[in-house]
Design a protein around this ligand. Structure first.
Ligand code: SF4
Length: 685
């Protein structure tokens, strides 16, 4: 029998677990880790099944005569390295792209960024976290000088009187979090009456794409009704006058006309927040995944600042990050515009520091590259990458405008996918590299509260699967790089990551495996080995040079698409409890598949009547991009102008066949939450 203390392989809460391997298999128990305190959701309880999925990748595969056939590692890595060399030689280093993932450990994310910039010399690297919380990152950086999902521990929420959740549904996406919200009265902003909204004291149900108008309206009420914390605004912020002026044009009746949220409910929401002794504003993907997502989050931050919440004990603003290492994944250099330590890639000091750690001249480092969707959109075009390496991501299902993305992937000269299951993206690859997962590897993850956690190995991987670090090392050597630049032991990579992050916004230099293994709770920044870490940011000052938070003074814009005659409804996409992200992992777990077996579309009874649809039949949902076929669920919890589809499913039910390519100008976040559609009975799938 072998037992290790580790964390759930899925979402950003990173619930603490104890895994035990016995003769009859692997079992999981929740631990008393602060975020989950003995709780797990259905995904966490069934996580051991991931270790035994029937179609686990165990051999490298290379496509020959149209078929993926098993080969040895040397052959696979040689095929990849030769292909990359040829493409780089013919088209230059930016002809190779890299697409990372928010589920990769810190060590993998760091080494992937280094590999791209040094071994490949490409600027073309980004990751699927761009589709997750990049709008909150852009808004948080602008407001506070640094972005960390929650700048306070999850447990602080336990003392809250009121929590406003804008576009977040933790009752389904991270259920153990709800125990910390038990004593709070919830104000939930969501077009759907979600499981979280069911528990709310007040549910505001705006039309999709109008969240920013609502945020501006709430700020308007705070100003006019005298709820602004003048002392806090004067001493801890700057830019309020401009924000107030913007909000003045969003009087409650206008907001009701635009959003559909009644004036009384708007007033009640502000009063609840303002009168609470302890109040928090939290955003999720519902507020963030818009072509105005960064401004929408900024609108909610402006509201929180006006009420005097951020950076005070028992109060605050935060973003509920989604993917398991969504936080750490964006700190170590797999983002198109960033270097390790959350440094901007066009900052000369940042380049000099990181280049020094890597032992190269700063001028050899590439500059910023394309964001995730723009990278996918450019594949196979005259100026775009001709080869793509995908690590831990499944863009065929998870990227917007999915049919177009699949066409771009098929236009590549070389598609290489490293994964542990044959995801839909892997199935279309030229080379598939089988890698380790979760309980087969050591490393670190950083959860939504900026707390660095140890992932521990329970068992060896099956067959010939290797760690991603070994894959990167093997490729780098075959590309002519010195092997010592690409360590294969996670601890060695982490030691280098510490040096690379030193002095950056996300400073890990004081965090070590030894301290984590001793049970220390270390939230970044942690600048030296005596430092206790920083569970609460901004208590004394914000991270801007003058210590003040910035109001954003944003203005509402309509979504890229609004309903019209051909497409009279709005489709919005999201998640369900039993599936995770593109479903590549959870769709392989029987119990989860039984709970959520197929794509569905939620629709209001009146809308279903008008469309001639009944509960349980198949419907075709069509946008300007294409159609998705899904099982009808007639529910009274939807707005009559909106339908909802989960995005976890492949094939003809892919919700992302509907979503478009409109991007937020600041965060480059695609507009997953608003697509103009029509719906009708599906005569055939
Ligand atoms: Fe895993 Fe997230 Fe569920 Fe916790 S809430 S068990 S981390 S999926």
């Amino acid at each position: 029998m072998r037992t290790v203390a580790t964390h759930c392989p899925y979402c950003a809460l990173q619930c603490g677990t104890r895994l035990t391997r016995e003769r009859r298999g692997v079992s999981v128990r929740p631990t008393d880790f602060p975020v989950n305190r003995g709780g797990l959701c259905q995904k966490g309880w069934t996580a051991p099944a991931l270790l035994d999925v029937a179609d686990r990748l165990q051999h490298p595969l290379v496509r020959r005569n149209g078929e993926l056939v098993p080969v040895d590692w040397d052959t696979a890595l040689r095929v990849v390295a030769d292909g990359l060399q040829r493409i780089r030689g013919e088209h230059g280093p930016d002809a190779v792209g890299v697409f990372g993932g928010g589920g990769l450990t810190n060590e993998k994310a760091y080494l992937l960024g280094k590999f791209a910039r040094l071994a490949l010399g490409t600027s073309q690297i980004d990751y699927n976290g761009r589709f997750c919380m990049s709008s909150a990152a852009a808004a948080g950086n602008a407001a506070f000088g640094v972005d960390r999902g929650l700048p306070f521990p999850v447990t602080d929420l336990g003392g809250a009187d009121v929590v406003l959740l804008a576009g977040a549904n933790p009752a389904e996406t991270m259920p153990p979090l709800m125990q910390h919200l038990r004593s709070a009265r919830l104000v939930v902003i969501d077009p759907r009456r979600t499981a979280t909204a069911e528990r709310a004291a007040l549910h505001l149900q705006p039309a999709p794409g109008t969240d920013l108008a609502l945020a501006l309206g709430l700020l308007h009420i705070a100003v006019v009704d005298g709820w602004v914390d003048d002392d806090y605004v004067d001493t801890r912020t700057t830019g309020f006058a401009a924000a107030r002026q913007r909000a003045m044009t969003w009087w409650p009746e206008r907001v009701e006309r635009v959003t559909g949220v009644p004036v009384t409910a708007q007033r009640q929401a502000v009063r609840m927040l303002a009168e609470a002794g302890s109040a928090y504003v939290l955003t999720g993907r519902g507020a963030e995944q818009h072509s105005n997502g960064a401004d929408t989050v900024a609108g909610f931050i402006d509201l929180a600042l006006a009420l005097g919440l951020p950076g005070r004990p028992g109060r605050g603003y935060g973003c509920l990050t989604g993917q398991g290492n969504g936080q750490g994944g964006r700190e170590h250099g797999q983002k198109a515009d960033q270097l390790p330590g959350y440094r901007m890639i066009d900052d000369p000091d940042a380049r000099e520091h990181v280049a020094g750690v890597w032992g190269v001249a700063p001028e050899t480092l590439p500059g910023p590259g394309r964001s995730a969707y723009e990278l996918l959109d450019a594949l196979g075009t005259a100026n775009g990458p001709r080869a793509l390496l995908v690590f831990g991501s499944n863009p065929v299902v998870s990227a917007p405008n999915a049919a177009h993305v699949a066409r771009r992937l098929s236009a590549l000269d070389l598609l290489v996918v490293a994964d542990f299951v044959p995801s839909e993206t892997a199935q279309s690859a030229d080379v598939v590299l089988p890698v380790t997962q979760w309980a087969e590897e050591e490393g670190t993850m950083t959860n939504l509260e900026g707390r660095v956690l140890r992932r521990r190995r329970l068992q060896v991987p099956p067959g010939h699967a290797r760690s991603d670090l070994e894959v990167l090392h093997g490729l780098a050597v075959r590309l002519g790089e010195p092997g010592h630049r690409y360590p294969t032991r996670p601890r060695e990579v982490f030691e280098e990551l510490r040096r690379a992050s030193a002095g950056g916004k996300a400073d890990y230099s004081g965090i070590s495996y030894e301290r984590l293994d001793a049970g220390q709770a270390l939230h970044w920044p942690c600048p030296d080995t005596e430092h206790p870490g920083t569970p609460r940011l901004f208590l004394d000052s914000f991270a801007h040079p003058d210590g003040l938070a910035r109001f954003a003074a944003v203005e509402h814009r309509d979504p890229a698409e609004t309903p019209q005659r051909t497409f009279p409804l709005t489709a919005t996409t999201g998640r369900v409890l039993a599936q995770y992200q593109s479903g590549a992992q959870t769709r392989r777990v029987d119990e989860l598949n039984e709970a959520a077996p197929e794509p569905f579309v939620e629709i209001h009874p009146d809308t279903a009547d008008r469309a001639g649809l009944t509960d349980g039949e198949l419907a075709r949902v069509t946008s300007a991009r294409g159609s998705a076929v899904a099982r009808v669920r007639v529910v009274g919890t939807m707005r009559t102008d909106t339908v909802f589809l989960p995005f976890h499913f492949p094939g003809t039910g892919r919700a992302n066949l509907l979503t478009g390519d409109a991007l937020d100008p600041r965060s480059r976040m695609p507009e997953f939450k608003v697509s103009a559609v029509r719906i009708e009975p599906a005569r055939e799938v």
